[in-house]
Design a protein around this ligand. Structure first.
Ligand SMILES: *[C@@H]1O[C@H](CO)[C@@H](O)[C@H](O)[C@H]1NC(C)=O
Ligand SMILES: *[C@@H]1O[C@H](CO)[C@@H](O)[C@H](O)[C@H]1NC(C)=O
Ligand SMILES: *[C@@H]1O[C@H](CO)[C@@H](O)[C@H](O)[C@H]1NC(C)=O
Ligand SMILES: *[C@@H]1O[C@H](CO)[C@@H](O)[C@H](O)[C@H]1NC(C)=O
Length: 503
């Protein structure tokens, strides 16, 4: 009996981890029957997270920084006094071109890119490895760079959001942060929800020449965990944060990454000038997982003619589904929204030829004509177009923006509530719900306050009161551990039920 329980728990864990990997928001639309006939229901959707290395281009600066042209000797890893190895770019077995950073590893011996040695010492040995996708992507897992040489003593990971035009540091890595970059050493574990966007210098990955750990990480998951909990069990909370905080969303978004190798591992205070063949960079593997950024308007992305592009739905178009298709510009384009969880809001582009029932696919109502009398059409500034319904002699606003709806765009649409301090014509008049009674429920007995905040009972914290305070201090008793397992089982069941219901 006990074994059975353990096994079924395990199965459920596998189920939840699969659900996580496949992510939520994997359907853009679904057909449902209603009184009005067959209707399409549109949802926010995004492509699955996957290995993004097959789609990148790699560039080295300076271009002649790969070893082997001309052939040169280098010292064995782990034994700097065995210097009878040779790198020769013209012999396949002895060459170490950049592609070898992205081939599959797991074989022995590993294959790797290798730089020239530090033969120009004391001139610095500095190399940029730039990875470009030509497409905006959203990172979903830790970046992991595995060195075959010692890990560099100084390195900067940089990112670009504009195809390489401008660059910002992502993280600094050094054996001594103060000395190398005049920054206090920090760890991602020190970050909180208010400092999550801070750029830090870490000393965790630069320890010496002869250690067995060879990987340098950029920790995406630890940053997600600040919102979603240590096992990422509350993705709802993460998605609400991503939805409402553009800076946070942009933080995980890149078009290019650059690894700036600034100083090779030396393992000692002084560089051994008689054995400069000891010093070089070698990278055997780079792991980058992410998804195409499609503004929540596509659930797949294809690679054709060496270029990634979203397969846009919701009558959007463009590489990132960043605009409305021709003849579908009835209202301003906007990205889909993760809220309200779990299906989100599609924010589809609507026809420029308005119909009063735009969502009904097989409607028999003839398209209503656009009112030519501007004065009839008043929409509190959230739209400037109306349909005119002759039978009842009324103008109805079309394409209300800023999350409003109603005859005069005077109400907030589902999942949003009225901002008390904004007038009806303010663009901020409707605010996304953080909690409501439908799907964004406060947990563990928390009470939803003004759709903005869960008031948590003592002992609980988190946006939806999903977290026990003891989780932060690591002082949870085993009983509460059990409660948190059953809480997770509840969430898993909810995920599975929700998924079944969407079919
Ligand atoms: C590497 O890129 C940075 C900008 O990100 C640039 O300032 C630097 O000169 C480049 N280094 C090399 C060796 O090209
Ligand atoms: C790479 O080329 C530049 C310019 O031609 C030269 O100054 C530099 O020494 C070369 N670097 C190496 C490591 O061969
Ligand atoms: C988009 O346009 C096509 C072609 O007119 C139509 O069939 C489809 O239902 C439209 N709506 C969405 C949201 O895709
Ligand atoms: C409510 O509206 C005011 C006035 O426009 C605005 O300053 C404020 O940021 C809005 N509140 C939210 C939560 O958006």
């Amino acid at each position: 009996m006990y074994l059975f329980l353990v096994l079924s728990l395990h199965t459920l864990w596998v189920a939840v981890s699969i659900a996580m990997q496949h992510g939520h928001y994997d359907m853009c639309k679904t057909q449902t029957k209603s009184d009005e006939g067959i209707v399409w229901e549109y949802m926010a959707c995004q492509p699955e997270s996957r290995d993004m290395t097959p789609y990148l281009k790699v560039k080295l600066e300076p271009p002649n920084s790969t070893c082997g042209d001309p052939p040169e000797p280098f010292c064995a890893m782990g034994n700097p006094y065995m210097c009878n190895n040779e790198c020769d770019a013209s012999t396949k077995e002895l060459a170490h071109p950049p592609e070898l950073m992205f081939d599959s590893e797991g074989r022995n011996p590993s294959t790797f890119w290798q730089s020239v040695t530090w033969k120009n010492y004391p001139a610095p040995l500095q190399i940029n490895v730039t990875l470009s996708w030509g497409k905006t992507i959203e990172l979903t897992q830790n970046i992991a760079i595995t060195f075959e040489s010692g890990r560099p003593e100084k390195m900067i990971l940089e990112k670009s959001l504009d195809y390489g035009l401008t660059w910002q540091p992502y993280q600094f890595y050094a054996a001594d942060c103060l000395d190398a970059f005049r920054m206090e050493p920090k760890s991602v574990k020190d970050l909180t929800s208010s400092t999550v966007l801070d750029i830090i210098c870490t000393e965790e990955y630069s320890t010496g020449y002869a250690t067995h750990t060879k990987t340098i990480s950029f920790e995406i998951k630890d940053r997600f965990a600040i919102f979603a909990g240590p096992r990422l069990h509350n993705m709802a909370s993460l998605y609400s944060q991503l939805d409402t905080t553009k800076n946070l969303r942009d933080f995980f978004t890149v078009t290019d990454l650059r690894i700036r190798l600034l100083k090779p591992a030396t393992g000692a205070t002084f560089v051994d000038e008689r054995n400069l063949e000891r010093y070089f960079y070698a990278i055997s593997d780079i792991k980058i997982h992410g998804r195409c950024k499609c503004n929540l308007h596509a659930n797949s992305c294809t690679f054709t003619n060496n270029r990634l592009a979203c397969d846009c739905e919701h009558n959007t178009t463009g590489q990132d589904c960043e605009r409305c298709k021709k003849n579908y510009q009835g209202q301003a384009w906007s990205p889909g929204s993760y809220l309200t969880i779990p299906k989100g809001t599609a924010n589809i582009c609507v026809s420029s030829m308005p119909s009063i029932f735009p969502k009904v696919a097989h409607s028999t109502v003839p398209p209503a004509r656009v009112s030519s009398h501007k004065r009839d059409c008043y929409c509190y500034g959230h739209s400037n177009r109306c349909t005119y319904i002759e039978v009842v002699n009324t103008a109805v606003c079309v394409g209300c923006r800023h999350n409003t709806h109603g005859q005069q765009c005077e109400k907030c649409k589902k999942g949003f509530h009225r901002n008390g301090s904004a007038k009806l014509d303010d663009v901020n008049v409707c605010i996304a719900n953080i909690c409501d009674n439908e799907l964004l429920r406060c947990q563990n007995g928390g009470v939803c306050h003004n759709n903005m905040r869960c008031l948590c009972p003592s002992g609980y914290t988190g946006i939806l009161c999903e977290k026990q305070k003891c989780e932060d201090t690591g002082s949870c008793s085993s009983k509460s551990g059990q409660e948190s397992i059953s809480h997770n089982l509840y969430l898993i069941t909810m995920i599975i039920v929700t998924r079944l219901c969407t079919f």
